[in-house]
Every structure is written in structure tokens, then in C-alpha cells.
Design a protein around this ligand. Structure first.
Ligand SMILES: [Zn+2]
Length: 831
């Protein structure tokens, strides 16, 4: 089954979605003080939460706090008991007499949390993972602080905090803000932290365990990272550039890093990549990596992202989740800002290009929504490719629209005017207006409050008789009264002559008088317009663009056109680019386009490039070779599949080797399946390859790989491979369903998600029961959503008449037949 058809796009809002608005307030929370004693052995927490509130302008007799599954034993105010009631996810505290308008009160809640379902997680040795080191971490975003301390758990509520964390002697504990005290007392070590700058509850953290502290030098603030014993060198590879990042962001924003210190702590089984708790980011330990991985894997985007949040998200916080792009799109954009400072403009713009690609995939395959959107079930549903990548690309477009100086002036104004506040999009619009005079409301209406993007086809022709160049910009997305054509200003450059044109209609034609045919025609040289752009410039202009356009994005667009064209002239232009010294991203995109073409010449060019020096190009080349089945392709994949110096090239080669269904493949894939590697990269490649092999010997190996004990990523890859295998015997199908079913119920977040994803590819009604259970009771909103999606897909599939299923299978068979005939034709034309 394939879901990459435009018609398959589903609605973003699931059944049960409602419009969300921030809650009303009756008090201002001024300070929260926590006294925390985590028990790592018994998975519980003893806490005292002392909160200072100030009434707004009316008396307050009752305050309702968020508190999920907390056992509250007492609430006290100035030594006397307050009445309270716990009701599941709320705690009502009663003030008698009522708190007078504008009066403050400090009350202490004594509570405990036993085996919390969310918010506070304990890692411990298990039968599958006996080497796990015991530790605990919290994850409060988006609304899960309430699982480990009672609070008004909404981002618009900002308060200062302090925390005393008591751990067994010699262990480490991390909290927010300045470390004001660290002392041993009896069998314990006590850490005391204080965060003076008000922050939201979703940014409050506690991590405890036997972490090793490494102090980093060269930052404008004290900077540290913490890893579990034995990972120190991996930690340096991951976090080494943090001080440089602090400097870049401070310089760009002309605003100092806001907090007393900056710590990053790497924990196991983390359910995100990183979490930007104020001054104390939690990072997944999967970003720690060895020297081999360091060849073509970098933690810098993750580290830069979480650091950027210290300004965007932490100091300036989205007022409600519908505005979360003010956190995530900015953090994504600043990944690019650091990359530009560190590695240069080509790397930055290729980052933007990749954001757009990922957003386009989500738009095509899943759903379309405005970036600001309050129609959801769980806020976490909003944390998707629209919120991160599309928003990052919109900021790049804004950079182009305003120009470099005005853009940064506006950014600085926005940060300066809104530091320590909660923000909405209007605050950004106003800051831009104040800093630059530009009224950007139309821009924001279109790109932030409206969904979609233009699909552009750019063509050019020179008419020698009329002595004019005609450039055509077609919007090929459906345009009608409800979906008008996009209007935007865009730069064109013809042989160095820059002009600005305004695109407003579905078909725009720009005629430029020229005495002679120009050499280089450039559309949107800054690649600012967020669009799905296809070049149809013609071989001559495309060749000139691939060889001479300074923009790597233009080079990629031109290369795609040339590969599709496939004429002798086009082919030699592509070959020259690949053999020359184009930017690695361009070479990788050329490889991808060559694979997609499935042409014999493309295969030969890929085979000739398989030894490319850049590991990311090699990876793209062996990925692309997966589109071909010939024996020479299989033969060429053997060497990278059995030991490229890069993990990722080896993984891709294993996957592609499986696709060739060569006789050589099984033994190589079996050996790789039994190799233990960093983050399960090699085993994952083996699983993906085995899934493509159509060999009955693959199924038992895949089933083996799904079991506890393996790396979660490899288990996920094996689940997906199992589900995607073509025809299965009923006994194999039953075993696959069992494996997917137990994955859906697995305690590991990633394995459970992979289980739900696999279920979409093996629509078996026996999976409905575990999926429905996960959709109802999964601890995280993403699990619930994935499970609901997969269950809906299976139910749709059940309703599909057998005749339709049969016809679909016939169609697949015809496509395969067509592909084989095409290959024969290609081979003949090559001979
Ligand atoms: Zn983020």
C-alpha cells in the first residue's frame, strides 16, 4: 500500500478536536519552591511544593491547580491547614478567609507521585536491557509538569522557581537556574537551584542519577554537560561547539544569554531529541556518538536548536500552544543561523532547502494546516513539520522580504521588547513594524495564519526576432475563488541584471528586452520563496544554471530538470557537475534525481560515483542505486554494505542491496543483522534490506530483530520491514501481527510508535484492539494520535471491497511489468 498520493491527505484535526484557548486567571503565581526526593529504585517522588500567589483584582476563595495522580497529604498556609480536594487531574485549594484582591499567600502542598505515567520517567535495568544505568528525568512540555508537581500548568503563567533535590550521596541532580548549594548530609547529597527569571512550568526540570560533570570553557556563561559514566568522549563530540553557539547567538541578537549557567544533560530513553528547560537542557543520549559516527553525523543542529530556545521559548514564551511556532520555528531557524556562521552560506541555504522538502512531504502525505492553529486534541499534535520546518522556512523568507539589516533589527527589537514576557504572533508583527516601518500583516496572514504554498513552474525562452526574453511563472496548484493564487515579490537576475517583479496571477509572464540571448537566468537568487519549484528552463539555461548559478538551490533545480530531460547535452552537464566540485548537497540531490529517473545512463553514472569522497554523497548514491536491480548494481553495493567507513553509507547500502534481491544479499544482510552498532544503524540497514528481499529466510531474522534487547531504532526498522514485506504466508503474517501487536504495547516510546507506523502498512484487523487501547491510554499524545491514525486506516481498508483490492494488486503488478520493460528498453538503447 502506498500513502504518498495527494488524494490520501487527511484532515489535521482528528475527531474529538476542539478549539483551544488559554485558561482564565484569578491569581498571578509569583514563585514556586520545590523540595524533591526522587526514589530511583521504587520509581516514586516525595515532594513539597510551596507556591506564592497574588490575587488579581477579586477575592479568591478557591484555587484549582493542575495535579495528575498526585497523592496530596496536606496543604498548609502559615502553619495552618487549608482544605483541599483532589479530583484526578485537579487539586482544589480553599482559602478561608478568601485571599483579598492583590494580596499574596504562600502555601505548601505535601505530596507524592508513584510510578507517574508522564512528566517524570525512571530508567532502570530491565531483562531486555540489563546494562541500563538507573536515573530519572522529567519532561514537562507540553502540559506534564502537573504529573510531578501541582501547579497552574499553562505557558502564559510565568514565575521564578527554586528547587532542593535530595539524592543518594555522590549522585548528581540538575534543576533550573543557578546552583546555590551542593552539600552532603548523611547518606545524601543535596542540590539547591534557583531560577530568578520567571519561566513557565513546562520548562521546569529535574534530572537525577550518577552523571559525570564536564565544564566547558570559552562561553560567556558557565557551561556544562553531563553524561552517564563512560560517555565523556562521546559527550565532547556532541556538545563541544556549545560555547561557539552562545557567542554567535549573542552577537546576532545583541542580547546576552539570559540565565546564570547553561547545562546540557544526556539521558536514556528520552522521548524527544532535546528539551529546552531554562538553563538546563535535557538531551537524548542517542545524540552522543563515537568517532565513526562523527564522520557524517553532527549533534550541532540539536544543540543549536535547544540553545536558541533559551531566548525563543524560554525568555520569550508562546502565550498558548497555538502560538508555539514562536518557539519551534525560531529554534529551527537558528540551527541554520549557527550552521551559516560555522560552515558557510551554502550549508545554511541547503538547510532551508531541506526544511522545505520535509514540510512538503508532510503536506503531501499527511495534512495541511495553518502554522498558527488552535484546533487539536493534544497540543503535542502541533509539533510537526509545519511548526518546525515550514516556520523556519517562513523566517528565511521574512529575512529575504525585509533584507538582512532590517530583518536582524526586527529580531533584536522583538527580543528586547518581549524578554521575560509571553508572546503572540502580533508581538512579532509589531516589533517588525516598530523596527523597520514595514507592515507585514498580509505576509503573516498568508504564511502563518493560512495554509499551503505555491507550486511554481519556471520557464524561460529567448525570442531572437523580437529580441526579448520571456520568463513564465506558473502556479500549478489548484487555484480557484477559495484558493486564490499566491502573490509575492521575487527577484530575477539576468546576466547579472537584478530586477524585482510582483507575482499576483496564476500565470505571470515577464518580458525583458535583450539584444542577445542571455547566458544565466536566475529566479529568486536567495531561494526565499517558500514554494515547490520546478524548473522548465530548457537544457541551455538549465546547463548554465547548474554550472554557473551561485545558488546551490538553483543548481539543484537545474540538475533535476536536466536529469528528467535526459538528452545527451543534459547528461553531460549532469556528469560534469557530479565529477566536478559541486557542493555536496547538490551532488547528493543529483544522485537522488538520477535514482528517481531509473534510466540506464543514470544508473551507470551512479555506479561511477559510488566511491565519492564525501560520505553524504556516497550515502545518496547508494540510496539511489536502490532503484535498480541489475547484477552490476548488486555487485557494486557489496563493498559499502560490508564496511564503508560511514555507518550511514553502510546502512543505505544494506537497504539497497536488499532491494536488488541479488543472491549475494541474504548472507550479507544476515551478518549485518547480528552486528551491534552505534544507535543500531547497521542492524536497521539489515532490517530494511531483509524487508525488501522477498526471501522466506528473512522473516525469522526480522522477527528476531523486533525483540527487546535490540536497539529501539533497529527494532523499529524491523517492524516496518516486516509490515512492508509483500506476500506473507498466513503463519508468517500471524507472527508479524504478533510482533507488531506487542510493539504497540511496548514500554519504549519509539518502539510503540514504530508499532503503530508498521500497523499502517499491514492493515490487519487483529491489530485494531491494541491500537484502540494505545489510542485511548497511550501516555503521550503522539502515541495516541499515531494509534488513532493507524486504526482509522485499518478500518478504511476493511471497508474496501475485495474487487478494489484486487484491482490495486493488478495495478501494482502492471507497474512492476512496466518497470521491467522500461529497464529492458534502457538496456537496449544503451547497447
Ligand atoms: Zn524545539
Amino acid at each position: 500500500m502506498s500513502f504518498d498520493d495527494t488524494n490520501e491527505r487527511r484532515a489535521f484535526a482528528l475527531p474529538g478536536s476542539t478549539l483551544h484557548y488559554g485558561p482564565d486567571k484569578t491569581v498571578e503565581v509569583e514563585h514556586i519552591d520545590l523540595h524533591l526526593v526522587p526514589d530511583l529504585e521504587r520509581r516514586r517522588l516525595e515532594g513539597v511544593c510551596t507556591t506564592t500567589v497574588r490575587a488579581l483584582d477579586e477575592p479568591v476563595s478557591q484555587l484549582t491547580l493542575d495535579a495528575v495522580d498526585l497523592n496530596v497529604s496536606a496543604v498548609e498556609l502559615d502553619g495552618s491547614k487549608l482544605k483541599f480536594t483532589s479530583r484526578g487531574d485537579k487539586l482544589d485549594v480553599f482559602f478561608d478567609p478568601p485571599l483579598a484582591p492583590e494580596a499574596a499567600a504562600t502555601f505548601a502542598i505535601t505530596y507524592s507521585a508513584e510510578h507517574p505515567r508522564h512528566g517524570l520517567f525512571f530508567v532502570e535495568p530491565t531483562p531486555g536491557y540489563p546494562k541500563n544505568i538507573r536515573h530519572a528525568w522529567t519532561q514537562s512540555q507540553d502540559e506534564n509538569a502537573r504529573h510531578w508537581f501541582p501547579c497552574l500548568d499553562y505557558p502564559h503563567e510565568k514565575q521564578s522557581t527554586s528547587a532542593t533535590i535530595v539524592v543518594p550521596k555522590g549522585q548528581f541532580a540538575l534543576g533550573n537556574g543557578e546552583l546555590v548549594e551542593r552539600r552532603d548530609e548523611g547518606a545524601t547529597t543535596i542540590f539547591r537551584y534557583r531560577q530568578e527569571i520567571p519561566h513557565s512550568t513546562y520548562l521546569v526540570t529535574m534530572v537525577a542519577g550518577p552523571f559525570v560533570e564536564v565544564e566547558q570553557s570559552g562561553a560567556s556563561v558557565p557551561a556544562y554537560y553531563y553524561v552517564l559514566p563512560g560517555r565523556e568522549a562521546d559527550g565532547e563530540r556532541a556538545f563541544g561547539k556549545t560555547p561557539a553557539m552562545v557567542a554567535v547567538f549573542e552577537q546576532r541578537l545583541e542580547f546576552p544569554y539570559p540565565y546564570a549557567r547553561y547545562s546540557q544533560i544526556a539521558v536514556s530513553d528520552f522521548i524527544f531529541g532535546g528539551m529546552e528547560n531554562t538553563s538546563a537542557t535535557t538531551q537524548t543520549d542517542r545524540t552522543l556518538h563515537d568517532a565513526r559516527a562523527h564522520l557524517d553525523f553532527s549533534s550541532d543542529p540539536l544543540v543549536a536548536h535547544e540553545l536558541a530556545h533559551q531566548w525563543f521559548g524560554d525568555l520569550l514564551t508562546c502565550r498558548d500552544w497555538s502560538q508555539a511556532w514562536l518557539n519551534e520555528s525560531f529554534a529551527t531557524f537558528f540551527e541554520g543561523v549557527f550552521r551559516e556562521a560555522d560552515l558557510g552560506y551554502d550549508e545554511y541555504i541547503y538547510d532551508v532547502f531541506e526544511w522545505v522538502k520535509r514540510y512538503l512531504d508532510e503536506d503531501r502525505q499527511r495534512y495541511r494546516r495553518p502554522i498558527v492553529c488552535n484546533d487539536y486534541r493534544d497540543p503535542i499534535e502541533l509539533f510537526d513539520r509545519h511548526l518546525y520546518e515550514k516556520g523556519g522556512a517562513v523566517l528565511h523568507m521574512l529575512r529575504g522580504e525585509l533584507g538582512e539589516a532590517r530583518f536582524w533589527r526586527a529580531m533584536r527589537r522583538y527580543v528586547r521588547d518581549n524578554a521575560q514576557r509571553s508572546v503572540e504572533t502580533i508581538d512579532l508583527i509589531r516589533a517588525i513594524e516598530q523596527a523597520t516601518g514595514r507592515n507585514m500583516r498580509g505576509f503573516f496572514d498568508r504564511w502563518i495564519f493560512g495554509g499551503g504554498h505555491p507550486q511554481l513552474r519556471i520557464s524561460a525562452a529567448y525570442d531572437a526576432q523580437r529580441r526579448a526574453l520571456t520568463l513564465t511563472i506558473d502556479q500549478t496548484q489548484p487555484v480557484d475563488a477559495a484558493n486564490p493564487a499566491f502573490s509575492f515579490g521575487v527577484d530575477l537576475e539576468i546576466d547579472g541584471r537584478r530586477m524585482r517583479v510582483q507575482v499576483e496571477r496564476e500565470h505571470e509572464t515577464i518580458t525583458v528586452p535583450l539584444d542577445a540571448e542571455p547566458t544565466l537566468v536566475r529566479f529568486d537568487p536567495g531561494a526565499f520563496i517558500l514554494a515547490d519549484v520546478t524548473y522548465a528552463l530548457g537544457v541551455r539555461f538549465a546547463t548554465a544554471a547548474l554550472a554557473g548559478d551561485p545558488s546551490v538551490v538553483a543548481q539543484i533545480r537545474a540538475a533535476r530538470e536536466l536529469v528528467k530531460d535526459g538528452s545527451a547535452q543534459a547528461r553531460s552537464a549532469v556528469e560534469a557537475a557530479l565529477k566536478g566540485d559541486v557542493f555536496w548537497g547538490v551532488a547528493a540531490e543529483i544522485a537522488h534525481a538520477l535514482g528517481k529517473s531509473r534510466a540506464a545512463w543514470a544508473r551507470d553514472l551512479l555506479l561511477a560515483t559510488i566511491g565519492h569522497q564525501h560520505p553524504k554523497v556516497r550515502r545518496a548514491v547508494v540510496d539511489a542505486l536502490g532503484e535498480f536491480r541489475e547484477p552490476e548494481v548488486a555487485a557494486a553495493l557489496v563493498s559499502p554494505a560490508t564496511g564503508d567507513e560511514s555507518y550511514f553509507v553502510q546502512r543505505s547500502a544494506l537497504h539497497s542491496l536488499g532491494k536488488t534481491r541479488s543472491e549475494k544479499a541474504f548472507k550479507i544482510l544476515r551478518d549485518a543483522a547480528h552486528t551491534k552498532s552505534w544507535n543500531g544503524v547497521i542492524e536497521s540497514g539489515a532490517a530494511l534490506g531483509l524487508g525488501e528481499l522477498a526471501d522466506p529466510r528473512a522473516t525469522p531474522l526480522l522477527l528476531e530483530l523486533t525483540k527487546p534487547g535490540g536497539d529501539p531504532a533497529a527494532r523499529g526498522a524491523a517492524l516496518l520491514a516486516l509490515a512492508r514485506q509483500g506476500e506473507l504466508l498466513e503463519s508468517e503474517r500471524a507472527a508479524a501481527v504478533d510482533a507488531i501487536s506487542s510493539a504497540i504495547g511496548d514500554a519504549n516510546f519509539f518502539v510503540a510508535r514504530a508499532g503503530a507506523a508498521a500497523a499502517e502498512h499491514l492493515p490487519d484487523k487483529r491489530l485494531l484492539e491494541p491500537l484502540d487501547r494505545l489510542a485511548q491510554t497511550g501516555f503521550d499524545g503522539r502515541l495516541r494520535r499515531d494509534a488513532a491514525d493507524a486504526a482509522a486506516r485499518i478500518r478504511e481498508d476493511q471497508k474496501t471491497p475485495a474487487a478494489v483490492t484486487g484491482l490495486r494488486a493488478d495495478l501494482d503488478a502492471l507497474r512492476e511489468e512496466h518497470r521491467k520493460i522500461q529497464e529492458k528498453l534502457d538496456a537496449l538503447s544503451r547497447a
